[in-house]
Ligand binder design. Structure first.
Ligand code: NAP
Ligand code: HSE
Length: 433
């Protein structure tokens, strides 16, 4: 056994950090067979007075991330805070010649260009398996297992918190706020849960997958993102009546003009489809590769031990590189001039579910269908519900064939401006997977 103990400096000892220490302290036989030995030598947290669930050497826990980064016994800095200064700490650690492992999708998605180039320049490594889809080894699979492929399309459920929420809401097991609080208590949600429900957490993950799978350049803010905040139980019920289930989907595919269509939004998917049946905090990613065809990855997308499992897999990879004297392997994460931008959502062609409340009088339906026809939107089905006795209005549900998003937005704005429509039209995109 030629094992060398690798000094770990941990910034953050919360949900994920605690799980990482627990796994390292009970190293699996598989890890031991790979000649990997780690020692958590120094830790920084926000409040050192909090009693921790793991035992570390006296004096190991402090509140100064710089002391962790610059400790000579620390070879790998593991950033697990989700805190605003994390970008600076990662940069400081790479600049100091340390390898870095992080679960921070925000930093990787927003500052990847700079950080991967810095790591390459310094001969260090920056690994982030836990940043996307928790315990599912999707980063490693794309970077090595599927490297022979051009990825044609990717459809995923990438956020555990919102999938947990949508699952529970679909089962009628509580209201939005109640179920979000449960997801927070279970340790799935981001320190700021608006990142989850707004779709931005999934958008950042999609930006990272886009970089690897599609050689796409752009951050989470550069792609279309709509969250689940406005999904109502009546939408879920309407979807069910049509044979669909609502999921927060992340979608990426090539466009004909060399860009990458990437979008995150609630979508109605057929209730019998695979993605409709991914429940609770689980994530799934369906990929079509040019050589391999369809591949599905499924597993826990959030939570303490699944995420810690991914962090430790990065540590083991780094340990093996050190054991074999291999150099950094970050070149594939640095984009070149051929990187493709994300396309404008308005150019996407999608199927739509529209729900509106209108006055129940002759000619109303004709005017609405005329507006849709003007924008070349073809209707697949129309359902008119019984008149609302109190308001004298009716609920109209229209499902369209595929149409351009730009046309659909224009048509919906025109419908909402009609004097007989009440409130704004609900628009939910549909994906017939
Ligand atoms: P968490 O439970 O809130 O833990 C955050 C940790 O960071 C705490 O130990 C906190 O210290 C420490 N911290 C916060 N601000 C700090 C500061 N300014 N200086 C030093 N330490 C600071 O968060 P988490 O759920 O473990 O998430 C950590 C990271 O993993 C995030 O980037 C998140 O996106 C990512 N992630 C989480 C999951 C998941 O399921 N939870 C899954 C995948 C990725 P105190 O303990 O003293 O408060
Ligand atoms: N908050 C994230 C989620 C954690 O719910 O998916 C995993 O990245």
């Amino acid at each position: 056994m030629g094992e060398e103990r690798i000094g770990i400096g941990l910034i953050g000892l919360g949900t994920v950090g605690t799980g990482v220490v627990q796994i390292l302290q009970s190293a699996s036989s598989a890890m031991r067979r790979k000649d990997c030995a780690f020692e958590v030598v120094r830790v920084a947290v926000r409040d050192a007075s909090i009693k921790r669930q793991v035992q570390l050497a006296d004096g190991a826990i402090g509140t100064d991330p710089a002391a962790v980064i610059h400790d000579d016994n620390v070879q790998v800095v593991v950033e697990l805070t989700g805190a605003a200064p994390a970008y600076g700490w990662i940069k400081e650690a790479l600049s100091a010649g340390k390898d870095v492992v992080t679960a921070n999708k925000a930093v990787i998605a927003e500052h990847g260009d700079e950080l991967f180039a810095l790591a390459q320049d310094k001969g260090g490594d920056l690994l982030f398996e836990a940043a996307v889809a928790g315990g599912i080894p999707i980063i490693r699979s794309l970077r090595s297992g599927l490297v022979a492929n051009r990825v044609e399309s990717l459809y995923g459920i990438l956020n555990g918190t919102t999938n947990y929420m949508m699952t529970r809401m679909t089962r009628g097991e509580g209201d939005y706020d109640e179920i979000l609080a449960e997801a927070q208590a279970k340790g799935y949600a981001e320190p700021d849960p608006t990142m989850d429900v707004s779709g931005m957490d999934a958008a950042q993950k999609l930006a990272i997958l886009g970089r690897i799978a599609f050689h796409a350049t752009g951050t989470g803010s550069d792609l279309f993102c709509e969250g689940i905040e406005n999904i109502q139980s009546s939408d879920i019920e309407a979807a069910r009546e049509l044979g669909y289930t609502i999921k927060l989907l992340a979608i990426a595919k090539h466009t004909a003009d060399g860009k990458v269509e990437a979008r995150v939004h609630p979508a109605m998917v057929p209730s019998e489809s695979l993605l409709a049946n991914i429940h609770d905090e689980f994530n799934a990613i369906e990929i079509v590769g040019s050589a391999v065809g369809n591949q599905v990855f499924y597993g826990a997308g959030a939570g303490q031990m699944p995420t810690a499992s991914a962090v430790v897999s990065d540590l083991v990879e780094l340990a093996q590189r050190r054991n074999t004297g291999a150099t950094t392997a970050i070149g594939d994460m640095v984009l070149d001039d051929e990187a493709a931008p994300f396309a404008d959502i308005e150019d996407s062609i999608i199927r739509y579910f529209l729900r509106m409340r209108v006055a129940d009088r002759p000619g109303v339906l004709a005017q609405i269908t005329q507006l849709l026809a003007t924008d070349e939107i073809s209707i697949a089905s129309v359902i008119q519900k019984e008149r609302d006795l109190e308001g004298g209005t009716v609920q109209l549900i229209i499902v369209t064939h595929e149409a351009r998003e730009r046309s659909m937005r224009k048509a919906v704005a025109a419908i909402d401006a009609l004097d007989f429509t009440e409130g704004a039209t609900r628009l939910i995109r549909m994906e017939d997977l």
